[in-house]
Design a protein around this ligand. Sequence first.
Ligand SMILES: [Zn+2]
Length: 76
Amino acid sequence: MNLDERSEDKCVVCEKDVTGVAGTAHVYRDGRRFSLCCPTCLQMFQRAPDRFTSGEHPRTVVEELLRDLDWKESKW
Ligand SMILES: [Zn+2]
């Protein structure tokens, strides 16, 4: 247990609470830690990491990315 981490942990892409969830991926950028709840979110993050870490509203970023991708099986 790392109690020195922030107690609240949310997926940076879908904003799901991932506090204490096993298997949560973490990426580090500019000395900050970002959590990703699943491979789908990780893929999404990797398409526009700068946008997700710049404080932009993640839902807006996701919607734009999905429009580009034109995914048929959207779970958003
Ligand atoms: Zn997520």
